[in-house]
Design a protein. Structure first.
Length: 453
């Protein structure tokens, strides 16, 4: 079985404490003479459940590990995170991934998974083996959670509830208001473009400008957007086949455009680009990211966009090895976006802290909602999750966990996610809509064609 994406657990409902009393034999690594295993069912729904496992090493340090257990009621593991998991019959084997194989004496390692069950019985495993040697102990009854988890500590600075003067809810809010603000082309002259060549020239010109896109423009590759530009779509304006890149430039606004069938990214922000506002756009059926932000870029707001019929949505930070450039940057606000069946990366975050994900509507996301990795700090606040099995979690792929604080979110047929650590305070004022109203607010307002510009 391939290593699936991480999913998240909701509530610690069932714990299995298993302590080994005999010496262990090494299998692929020296095994400890003692171990403890906590097995948790965090949530159950029709046909499925979420599980979480924590292994504590009570003996010698491990350089790799393999944990095995069996199910007695036909349960199957469908996907997992922070481990490589396979199943043969009733027997499940979970092994470390690259970054969590080493477990010191007294250390712990955790992973989770989604599974299926028969809707009538979901008993916990009665025994586990670590590197081939049985850990023995007692098993508590399993079951669906009934009590919400306690909330982790909030960010150090609680948000104000009153918006600043002159910034209504549909105006510019978030990180793009910082560092001097984001004005784009301001009051500069307006150019209307209807062809790919005219659009390319206008975006790449020096000096401030307001560029209006009219009609459908077919293009290819990535078109560079220079500093001090406002790019606005007239009614129905559509970009087909290409994307925009803001590469080291600053003070750019992109609003009210429909992007589809792009061959790279729809919008790429990189190389220390700053003060970017991406607002009220619609994205579908592209190759890679809709809005990818990376390589030390900073002070970005991504608001009121709709993404549908697409896989990889919004990547923040492109590589685990780029911390020297990214740490202290990649500060982005994602608010009132409609992740409409978009599969994953909604967003996936490396290094940025704080990254603010608030008042977004998540619907039928088959992969996951938000992932915090590589020491990132993400505040997930006031969002509406509907039919999302994995709402938010720590770590993703080979990327180690970041921190994530969640508060005031609303869940419909979706479990609360995995949280941990602390997140830096939010420095700007904003108005938080009630999470239960976010679905109606966002579906009525997100995407191109919902504003007059």
């Amino acid at each position: 079985m391939r290593t699936p994406r991480r999913r998240t657990t909701l509530i610690a409902a069932t714990t299995v404490a298993l302590l080994a009393t005999s010496a262990l034999t090494a299998v692929a690594a020296q095994a400890a003479p003692g171990c403890a295993v906590s097995y948790t069912v965090g949530g159950q729904w029709q046909g499925g459940f979420t599980g979480n496992v924590t292994v504590t090493n009570l003996g010698d340090p491990l350089s790799s590990w393999s944990l095995r257990w069996s199910y007695s009621a036909g349960q199957t593991v469908s996907d997992a995170w922070n481990a490589t998991v396979s199943q043969s019959g009733s027997t499940v084997t979970a092994a470390n991934v690259g970054y969590n194989g080493s477990v010191p004496t007294g250390g712990t390692v955790s992973f989770g998974f989604n599974g299926t069950w028969n809707n009538s019985s979901n008993p916990a495993p009665t025994s586990f083996t670590l590197n081939g040697v049985t850990c023995t102990g007692s098993t508590a009854p399993t079951g669906a959670p009934t009590t919400p988890p306690s909330s982790p500590p909030p960010p150090t600075t609680p948000p104000p509830t009153t918006p600043p003067p002159g910034q209504p809810q549909t105006g510019l809010v978030g990180w793009a208001t910082q560092n001097g603000g984001t004005t784009g082309g301001g009051s500069a002259g307006t150019t209307t473009v209807t062809t790919a060549s005219a659009l390319t020239s206008a975006l790449n010109a020096t000096g401030a400008a307001v560029i209006r896109v009219s009609g459908t423009i077919n293009c290819s590759g990535m078109l560079r957007v220079r500093s001090n530009k406002t790019v606005l779509g007239n009614s129905g304006a559509t970009i087909v086949g290409c994307g925009f890149t803001v590469n080291g430039d600053r003070n750019v606004i992109i609003r009210n455009l429909t992007f589809r069938n792009w061959s790279d990214d729809a919008i790429n922000v990189e190389s220390s680009a700053t003060n970017i506002w991406i607002d009220h756009n619609t994205f579908s059926n592209g190759y890679d990211g809709t809005v990818d932000i990376k390589r030390g870029s900073d002070f970005v707001t991504v608001s009121w966009n709709r993404v549908y019929s697409h896989d990889k949505t919004m990547l923040l930070g492109h590589s685990d090895d780029n911390g020297s450039q990214d740490i202290g940057h990649l500060r982005v606000t994602y608010h009132h976006n409609w992740y409409d069946g978009s599969k994953q990366r909604n967003p996936r975050v490396r290094f940025g802290n704080p990254v603010h994900v608030y008042n977004n509507y998540y619907y039928n996301n088959a992969g996951y909602g938000v992932a915090s990795t590589m020491s990132a700090g993400v505040l997930v606040e006031g969002n509406y999750f509907e039919n999302v099995k994995d709402t938010y979690h720590l770590g993703e792929g080979d990327s180690g966990p970041g921190s994530l604080v969640a508060r005031n979110n609303h869940f419909v047929n979706s479990p609360a996610g995995q949280t941990g650590g602390s997140v830096a305070g939010i420095p700007y004022p904003y108005t938080l809509d009630s999470a239960s109203n976010v679905k109606s607010i966002v579906t009525a307002g997100a995407g191109a064609g919902r504003i007059s510009v």
